[in-house]
Design a protein around this ligand. Structure first.
Ligand SMILES: *[C@@H]1O[C@H](CO)[C@@H](O)[C@H](O)[C@H]1NC(C)=O
Ligand SMILES: *[C@@H]1O[C@H](CO)[C@@H](O)[C@H](O)[C@H]1NC(C)=O
Ligand SMILES: *[C@@H]1O[C@H](CO)[C@@H](O)[C@H](O)[C@H]1NC(C)=O
Ligand SMILES: *[C@@H]1O[C@H](CO)[C@@H](O)[C@H](O)[C@H]1NC(C)=O
Ligand SMILES: *[C@@H]1O[C@H](CO)[C@@H](O)[C@H](O)[C@H]1NC(C)=O
Length: 468
């Protein structure tokens, strides 16, 4: 009897609780995806739901990756007392070419040479890629602002390296014609070219400065009393040893080449739409990367990669072709528990193939920039060249939670190197022995990015020669 008496109210109490909590739970579940009030405390509430689209885009664009620009760090490089500034010697980068990874490499090598030799520069230009044949990389010079933000670059160097004059190229510039011979810079990378008895000048920054000064002094048409324009042949990751410099200098120098605002705006819109479409609440426009939102994968299987023989490359073997790259990227998404994959690729049919595979095997969603843009934004994207469209991916991938790429591509490798700046500085010691970062079939892995396959030529140069 006593049991029955007490059981009655208890059952009512439990039933009452359930009746009131179940609708609350359902409501919470329903609004969870739309209303930040119901999102758990660990998730930043500064995201695509709490800020309006224009604010999101603006904050995203202001957040330059790597660090806030610190021009005083770059100034340290330019204020080295042993630099003898000679504004009358103007260097012009003659033949930079390729996609963003290579063009950045060419320009930074060139800038390092100009700073160390105390020269002025022509704003660097580079070769265009053909729209009809992606493998054709020599289609006439195109201006700096095809990829990079000129105002930002000029402002950075005006503040940090005021003694370096920057000339704007124009068809009828009043500058003298270039010296007859073109200067070819020896490598500055002692780690790549150990000193031997028969090398006349060592492969060090100092050796290169001596080499240039000597070269200039013996040019038949050089006149020390006049302005000289010097054509400089391109080099790739043969300039300053990035890891011999403080991190702040490295980031400042790397940050001087900021992508054009049009591209950065589209990347911000892509990210905003990605967050809304897939309910990615941890995408805060003020973050340099999003710890648990999406995998950024660079699917490098376009026609030019195929033409270059990359897809059946023996050293990259298991991760080279479509099957190999997508298997690798999916395993990385599983490992990091990321069910949304943003894929960077210049080939729509390859993106669809990947999307089908990811859904079929893991119920993962694969999306891309053209998927996520519409209306005038999509039109603006389609108005860009193939390489400029790739820059949108470059920006989005830089901020991805985990980044997956293929060793043959300097595009992916350069993004990995930039993202390595987020890794605890105490781990920097790893860089002194890059082989520690490699596995038999993985060129690079630091917890934030993984570069699948191997390409020793590029690894050796990029690990200490590419800028964040
Ligand atoms: C900028 O770089 C300088 C020189 O390395 C350093 O002393 C300073 O703390 C840096 N400032 C910031 C905000 O990182
Ligand atoms: C895109 O990929 C397809 C195979 O999916 C291939 O036939 C085509 O040539 C590729 N096009 C480009 C421009 O990469
Ligand atoms: C892709 O590469 C793997 C490993 O080299 C190979 O076994 C496979 O046959 C290749 N697939 C295609 C479609 O070429
Ligand atoms: C994810 O992909 C599946 C299969 O294509 C699709 O049905 C679903 O709508 C996608 N999810 C979102 C949020 O678009
Ligand atoms: C795309 O290019 C066309 C032709 O040059 C131009 O009329 C149009 O305004 C551009 N659209 C956008 C969104 O930039």
């Amino acid at each position: 009897m006593a049991v029955l008496i007490s059981a009655g109210p208890r059952i009512q109490l439990i039933a009452g609780l359930l009746l009131t909590t179940i609708p609350l739970w359902l409501l919470a579940w329903h609004f969870r995806v739309r209303n930040p009030l119901f999102v758990s405390h660990q998730i930043p509430i500064h995201n695509a739901w709490t800020v309006n689209r224009e604010t999101f885009i603006q904050e995203w664009m202001e957040n330059q990756i790597g660090n806030p620009p610190n021009r005083s760090a770059l100034a340290l490089l330019c204020r080295r007392p042993n630099i003898k500034w000679r504004p009358d010697v103007v260097m012009d980068l003659d033949d930079a070419n390729g996609g963003i990874g290579n063009v950045r490499g060419n320009i930074f090598d060139f800038l390092g040479l100009a700073i160390l030799t105390g020269s002025s520069i022509m704003l660097p230009s580079f070769q265009a890629r053909s729209a009809a044949d992606l493998s054709a990389l020599w289609n006439g010079k195109i201006p700096f602002n095809t990829f990079f933000d000129t105002d930002h670059f000029v402002a950075t160097f005006a503040a940090a390296c005021p003694k370096m004059d920057i000339y704007m190229p124009s068809k009828d510039h009043s500058l003298v014609p270039p010296l007859q011979n073109r200067y070819g810079m020896p490598s500055m990378r002692l780690d790549q070219h150990p000193e031997t008895l028969d090398t006349p000048t060592p492969n060090t920054p100092k050796g290169v400065v001596e080499n240039f000064n000597h070269w200039l002094s013996v040019q038949p048409d050089y006149d020390a009393k006049k302005t000289s324009l010097v054509s400089v042949g391109r080099t790739l990751w043969e300039g300053l040893d990035t890891r011999a410099l403080p991190a702040a200098v490295r980031r400042d120098f790397g940050g001087s080449l900021r992508l054009i605002p049009e591209v950065r705006r589209l990347a911000a819109v892509v990210t905003y739409n990605l967050a809304l479409k897939y309910h990615l609440h941890s995408i805060d426009p003020g973050l340099s990367y999003y710890p648990s939102a999406f995998l950024g994968a660079h699917l490098r299987t376009e026609s030019d990669a195929e033409a270059a023989g990359w897809l059946d490359d023996e050293r990259a073997a298991a991760h080279a072709n479509f099957t190999g790259q997508t298997d690798a990227y999916l395993s990385q998404a599983v490992e990091h528990d990321l069910s949304v994959i943003y894929v960077a690729s210049g080939n729509a049919s390859e993106i669809s193939r990947f999307a089908e595979k990811a859904w079929h095997l893991h119920s993962f969603n694969v999306t891309s920039k053209s998927d996520l843009l519409s209306g005038s934004d999509l039109e603006a994207l389609n108005n860009l060249t193939w390489d400029q469209q790739g820059l949108v991916d470059y920006e989005v991938l830089r901020r991805s939670s985990s980044m997956a790429g293929f060793a043959k591509s300097s595009f992916a490798f350069n993004i990995a190197i930039t993202r390595n700046e987020f890794v605890d500085v105490n781990q920097e010691v790893l860089w002194l022995r890059p082989e520690h970062l490699k596995k038999e079939d993985v060129a690079f892995e630091d917890g934030l990015s993984k570069i699948w396959g191997r390409f020793p030529w590029q690894e050796e140069r990029m690990l200490r020669g590419a800028w964040p």
